[in-house]
Design a protein around this ligand. Structure first.
Ligand code: SAM
Length: 256
């Protein structure tokens, strides 16, 4: 990613983390409860971005444990490090999560959140999670099913077209639904599934999280038609209430 793309990604991640619906699925509701890392344990967040969840995990494992964030972007790792200086149990490593720089069995638990949708080979990441988690250790994977993505204006063909273009821009748009199979094939057992709805309530929040304006612009350029931009202007002006949503599939499993 170039500097502009990293800056955009960082703004988007910080904005998403501030949304109450996102905080609910990350903390009290699902992911951290499912991981439940004991105090003193070693845990990792794969594709950690700005490190919000690494800091949350470090509070759970305490100063005697370790919370490790892994991300391929050096710029995001550096931001995560500088935001975490007061957290004694936190470490950040720049690496491709398809090749984890950890000894086998090092981790007590591990999670990946909205990152398998981007990687070339999600199955390889699951194999790496299996290798690096110790027997009895827990893993949690949370990924969107972009097939469920909808822009509120769903009766409008343009909304459906823009939602489809956005969804297909991901390398693995359906990986949320494949998690159970991938976990099983990697060797995990006791697989449990939950879902969370990630929704944005306004035009502004929908645009930051789901890039509606840029997607409409791309479609206008590609089709040579003004129609997507007319639709966008109408949507923006419509009372500012526009709801977009996607289902996040969350799987928890254990290494036997
Ligand atoms: C949508 S963000 C999710 C960030 C974080 N999990 C969160 O919940 O805020 C995806 C992250 O995955 C990282 N990423 C993508 N492919 C990766 C790879 N192969 N190895 C490591 N990190 C990767 C990106 O740099 C980005 O920080």
């Amino acid at each position: 990613m170039d500097a502009a793309a990293v800056g955009k990604m960082a703004r988007c991640l910080a904005f998403m983390d501030s949304l109450p619906g996102f905080q609910r699925y990350k903390t009290s509701m699902l992911i951290l409860e499912m991981m439940d890392p004991p105090r003193g344990s070693i845990t990792a967040d794969l594709g950690c971005g700005l490190g919000f969840d690494v800091r949350r995990l470090s509070r759970l494992v305490g100063p005697e444990g370790r919370a490790i964030g892994v991300d391929s972007s050096l710029a995001l790792i550096e931001s995560a490090r500088s935001a975490s200086e007061e957290f004694p149990a936190v470490e950040f490593v720049q690496a491709d999560i398809q090749n984890l720089p950890f000894a086998s069995g090092l981790l007590h638990s591990c999670k990946v959140d909205r990152t398998l949708q981007h990687v070339e080979r999600p199955a390889v990441v699951l194999n790496e999670m299996f290798r690096t988690v110790r027997p009895g250790g827990r893993v949690v994977c949370a990924e969107p099913d972009w097939g469920t993505f909808a822009i509120e204006d769903a009766g409008h063909a343009m909304a459906r077209q823009i939602a489809a273009i956005w969804s297909e821009s991901f390398r693995n748009p359906r990986v949320g639904r494949e998690l159970g199979k991938l976990l099983e094939e990697a060797g995990f057992v006791n697989i449990q599934v939950q879902e969370a709805l990630l929704a944005t309530p306004s035009f502004e929040s929908s645009d930051v999280v789901f890039d509606i304006a840029l997607t409409a612009l791309r479609l206008a350029e590609r089709s040579g038609s003004e129609e997507p931009l007319v639709w966008l202007t109408e949507l923006r002006e419509r009372d500012r209430r526009v709801c977009c949503s996607v289902t996040l599939v969350i799987n928890c499993a254990r290494k036997p």
